[in-house]
Design a protein around this ligand. Structure first.
Ligand SMILES: Cc1cc2nc3c(=O)[nH]c(=O)nc-3n(C[C@H](O)[C@H](O)[C@H](O)COP(=O)(O)OP(=O)(O)OC[C@H]3O[C@@H](n4cnc5c(N)ncnc54)[C@H](O)[C@@H]3O)c2cc1C
Length: 308
């Protein structure tokens, strides 16, 4: 029951100010956020690469209020790509992008977000890598899929994310699988109502398996975004059944979660990508990680009480 309460708090400005300013927050945040600057994140990328892992880098932030913030976000990604160019990591380091950070929710936001994301996709292609568009709350998705389709005309490797908890997602998966797209499937991390999304964990897991099957049997490149051991085993079984080789799909997990499992799968020959978030505007991302696992919240609350 705690999850929805935390997700509601993730949209509260008052909570944002309170949690962001509390000094005791830092050690808990550091488990999930790989630093505040490009200089912080580069050694993390190198360390993950040394462990045989790939990365998807996310400059944290969302729900901005001015066009200037959206261009600043674009420039932060362009600076990151410039840094990565020198490391020679090629496609081992891709970018994940939230379109609301690029202005999608502002007036005229669809065009603004497309104009901001295009140079990032171009710069990523220049250094031999690509961009995946994250899925945010369901009201943003028609615009996200339209931007994805537009970008794929010039950059077919551009990926997108679909969320198993939404009723619409099986149809989206069919369309994307037939188009040969790179698609990350996740359970879904936002607060959605029963009119658009499954609420029951078992229902979400069942939908995830149905969608996984569509993607694995389709023409595209499935990216399995989950830490759930059952879904990882089902993916491996489906891959065997449909004859997908180890480089025909990949597992993706979040930085700070099940690190040993990430290394174990990579050692077995799987491609494993670690979604690595960094930056100063970490509040929304951090609160979604707390909501996913109540034990994280208990740990966080304990450190607030004992040290605060
Ligand atoms: C690479 C990646 C990208 C993502 N991108 C998006 C996106 O674009 N849009 C979106 O809505 N959601 C996104 N998510 C989040 C996703 O929707 C889920 O909320 C999240 O992955 C938890 O679901 P799970 O599949 O790991 O299964 P769960 O059943 O939630 O977790 C399975 C097990 O993993 C571990 N675990 C999971 N989460 C945590 C945590 N926070 N802290 C500690 N342990 C944990 C626990 O051991 C748990 O028992 C992404 C997830 C991943 C892995």
């Amino acid at each position: 029951m705690l999850g929805p309460v935390i997700l509601a708090a993730s949209r509260s400005d008052r909570m944002r100010r309170l949690v962001s300013a509390a000094p005791v927050t830092k050690p808990v945040v550091e488990r999930f956020i790989a630093g505040e600057t490009v200089d912080d994140v580069v050694p993390v990328v190198k360390h993950l690469a040394d462990r045989g892992l790939e990365v998807s880098l996310d400059v944290v932030g969302e729900d901005i209020t001015t066009p200037e913030q959206s261009t600043a976000a674009r420039d932060a990604y362009l600076r990151l790509i410039d840094h990565l160019e020198g490391l020679g990591l090629g496609e081992r380091a891709e970018m994940s992008v939230k379109l609301t950070l690029f202005g999608q929710a502002l007036p005229g936001g669809h065009e603004l977000a497309l104009a901001n994301v295009r140079p990032v996709v171009e710069a990523a292609a220049r250094i031999g890598t690509t961009v995946t568009l994250d899925a945010e709350d369901h009201t943003t998705l028609d615009s996200m899929f339209a931007i994805h389709e537009e970008l794929r005309k010039d950059f077919p490797q551009t990926g997108c994310v679909i969320q198993a908890y939404l009723f619409r997602t099986e149809a989206d998966a069919r369309r994307l699988a037939a188009n040969g797209s790179r698609v990350r499937i996740v359970k879904g991390a936002y607060k959605e109502t029963a009119s658009v999304a499954y609420q029951d964990k078992a229902e979400i897991d069942k939908a995830y398996v149905r969608i996984l099957k569509i993607l694995m049997e389709g023409e595209g490149y499935p990216m399995i975004g989950s830490h759930d051991p059952r879904l990882i085993a089902i993916t491996q079984e489906l891959a065997r059944r449909v004859g997908r080789k180890l480089d025909d799909y990949e597992f993706q997990m979040l930085y700070g979660i099940r690190g040993e499992e990430q290394t174990r799968l990579a050692a077995e020959g799987h491609r494993v990508r670690v979604y690595t978030a960094y930056g100063t505007d970490w509040y929304g991302y951090f609160m979604r990680r707390l909501a996913e696992k109540p034990a994280n919240l208990r740990f966080f609350a304990r450190s607030m009480i004992t040290k605060g």
